[in-house]
Design a protein around this ligand. Sequence first.
Ligand SMILES: Cc1cc2nc3c(=O)[nH]c(=O)nc-3n(C[C@H](O)[C@H](O)[C@H](O)COP(=O)(O)OP(=O)(O)OC[C@H]3O[C@@H](n4cnc5c(N)ncnc54)[C@H](O)[C@@H]3O)c2cc1C
Length: 342
Amino acid sequence: MTVFCLVELDGDAVADASLRALTLARGLAAGAGTAAVVFGAAPGADLPVVSDLPVVSDLPVVSDLAAYGVGDVYVVAGIDGYAPQAWARALAELLRAATSAPDSSPPAVVAAGTEHGNEVLAHLGAITGLPMAANCVAAVPADGGVLSIVRQRWAGLLLEEAVLDAPAALLTVAVDAVAAEPRPAPAAAAVVHPVSASVGDADLVVRAAESPAGAGGASLATARVVVGGGRGVGSAAGFASLEELAELLGGVVGVSRVVTSEGWRPHSMQVGQTGTKITPDLYLACGISGAIQHFAGCSGAKHIIAINTDPSAPMMTRADYAIVGDLHEVLPALLESLRARA
Ligand SMILES: Cc1cc2nc3c(=O)[nH]c(=O)nc-3n(C[C@H](O)[C@H](O)[C@H](O)COP(=O)(O)OP(=O)(O)OC[C@H]3O[C@@H](n4cnc5c(N)ncnc54)[C@H](O)[C@@H]3O)c2cc1C
């Protein structure tokens, strides 16, 4: 089975969520080799928008992909910035070529269950007419050419067993459920295939024209460092120190639902059951109580540091390190020390 995996980049590295998706894709390919699809700005591209995509051939991601069992890397050039329908159009072309190859078994396209991954695969489903299964935690070929899958429902509170019966499978992988595991055997070198997609103007109607300075392309779902702020931050203006801290640590800011309900920050920044699930190396939760609905979105963080005036707040009792104190005193001290180091 040919398994394509849409790979998202976090700065100049493969996003952690994509490494998890590659791990599931490798199991699905069952030794046949996984093909990664990466979108990179065309070398020397002079396009009228600000590119937020690096030139992939200049980056070490190819050897990182090989370590996860990738045999072929398709680098799609010519689409500048994130453009979900155009990305899906390129994937549809690769899928069509794989399906029309002689003696080919049904292929699959896998992506991380991030906002980008889910959005691109939904477009791919619409373009190809294929069904898409989101937030899978397992997928194995079963009798009769179907795929047996387990996927998260109700924000991960329920696991659903289902059968996907389609000429090609489209799956996204729950970002907090599959551990990223490199291939146990030594990696063979991956072959890079530069490809260009035939996209029309209609495919580019929605696209990201620029990224905020310092964002480095990282999204909340894929960032390695997230600085979280809750009601304890006190106001919209209070987030300035969290934003500076996130920039110094190379991360992004996430918030609790209270913050979005107050209108201090948009819903796209919300972490939790009804927001984004995050899996950073470090989650620094400032003035967040740690309600179960918030924790549903951050329990995949490898390390949690909490800052709270209340030592018995659930976030404090679940954190790896807890700082009892007023965040308006702790953060300035932390910033001063980080600025001095920078
Ligand atoms: C169906 C449903 C879905 C939900 N989905 C989500 C979701 O996706 N994400 C989410 O976040 N919530 C969600 N919620 C809401 C959730 O239940 C909580 O209400 C919310 O997470 C609380 O946000 P908070 O921690 O910022 O505020 P609070 O619970 O009010 O906590 C504020 C914390 O800040 C501390 N604090 C105050 N001042 C300071 C200071 N100066 N310095 C340090 N600490 C300070 C306090 O001690 C307290 O622990 C959902 C609720 C429901 C019912």
